[in-house]
Design a protein around this ligand. Structure first.
Ligand code: M6R
Length: 366
């Protein structure tokens, strides 16, 4: 049942080229420059007139929400807030009929996310769901939604569900942009043509497995680890840190790279591995200066770089290449080596990868 893999988590990591493809299937039309999302089609007109989107979720799904914020604001130009469901539900948030709430949940059973939906619904908001488990409680509570179609996820650490959530949010951002006329046909065709190549590029990113395993062996005894990124690399860093802490029990933190100098830089010494998302995109040069700050303090730098990169490679201790892509799709590729890194470290430390201590696959209590 693990398909020849030692753990469900590794199997699910390797399933991602297929799960991302399944998630896009029948939804993108690159030649036409169109996205179709049958699940929210009935609200296509409503989307032209909304004031704001509030994304509610927990854990990894909340990280996917942060990626969604970048994409929706960039392409559809709708203001987005991303909220922890547990915090949102106990505030007295301002919600109106012109708000759309997007609830993200792999299991569709998370108690706090369900309560947040119920509250927003009472206040008149339109609720969309992004869920993986068909027929779960959350899809039944929402007005409309888009399934991630990643297939059953058994490992407690979410991997393929995360990349599928990010894929759906990408499609939603493009769909909303299409309804609101905030994106040109030419640009849409260009983006969708590139998106179609992402599953193959995820496959190429998986080819770093052996190298990542080697790097894992070099840093497995660390007691702390930092993950840094900018732009949509920031939620990727948060997700990398969560993966590492939940399955290897190494204390890890994700930070926006520029925030480092406001505190976390004090932690850096020759024992501290620092993982950077340092791909060649709009924040490349800025990330390079952050890498210099860490190297000047003798931190051990592991960088996720774009294929063919030389500049970062020459500055860091270890680098892992991922294929070049449009910045919009960067999180889908940059996440892959981080999943593998936490997996190999956890295995080397003798941890129960698929069922980490104290954790359950779905958190049905608040
Ligand atoms: O089923 P959900 O997506 O609502 O679950 C939310 C979190 O409990 C979940 O993402 C958790 O953080 C995972 N263990 C992360 O790997």
């Amino acid at each position: 049942e693990k398909g020849g893999f030692d753990h469900f988590m590794l199997k699910e990591i390797f399933e991602q080229p297929r799960s991302i493809l399944d998630c896009m299937r029948g939804r993108i039309y690159p030649e036409l420059g169109q996205v179709q999302l049958g699940g929210i089609k009935a609200f296509a007109d409503k989307l032209k007139n909304i004031d704001r989107i509030i994304i509610v979720a927990c854990g990894t799904s909340w990280h996917a929400g942060l990626v969604g914020e970048y994409l929706i604001e960039e392409y559809a130009r709708i203001p987005v807030e991303v909220e922890y469901a547990s915090e949102f539900r106990y505030r007295n948030p301002i919600i109106t009929e012109k708000d759309v709430v997007i609830a993200i949940s792999q299991s569709g059973e998370t108690a706090d996310t369900m309560a947040a939906i119920e509250m927003a619904k009472e206040k008149g908001a339109t609720i969309f769901g992004i869920c993986n488990v068909a027929g779960a409680s959350i899809p039944r509570l929402t007005h409309a939604g888009v399934y991630t179609h990643a297939g059953p996820e058994i490992g407690v650490a979410s991997t393929k569900a995360f990349t599928a959530q990010v894929t759906v949010l990408t499609l939603m951002a493009f769909y909303m942009a299409q309804q609101r006329g905030t994106i040109s046909d030419v640009k849409m065709r260009e983006l969708l043509t590139e998106l179609e190549t992402v599953p193959d590029k995820v496959q190429s990113a998986l080819a770093s497995n052996e190298l990542v395993k080697y790097i894992a062996g070099e840093i497995k005894d660390a007691s702390n680890c930092l993950f840094l990124g900018r732009g949509s690399g920031f939620p990727v860093a948060l997700e990398g840190a969560l993966k590492l802490k939940e399955i290897s029990y190494i204390h890890a933190e994700g930070y926006p790279a520029a925030e480092m100098k406001h505190g976390p830089i004090a932690l850096i010494d020759e024992q501290m591995p620092v993982v950077f998302i340092a791909t060649n995109n709009s924040s490349y040069e800025k990330v390079i200066s952050n890498i210099q700050e860490v190297k000047a303090r003798k931190g051990i730098v592991i960088a996720i770089v774009t294929e063919g990169d030389k500049k970062v490679k020459n500055m860091v201790d270890y680098s892992i290449e991922i294929p070049d892509t449009d910045e919009a799709f960067l999180p889908l590729l940059a996440t892959i080596p981080l999943q593998l890194l936490s997996y190999h470290i956890a295995v080397m430390r003798g941890c129960n990868v698929d069922q980490p201590r104290n954790l359950a696959k779905s958190v049905t209590v608040e």
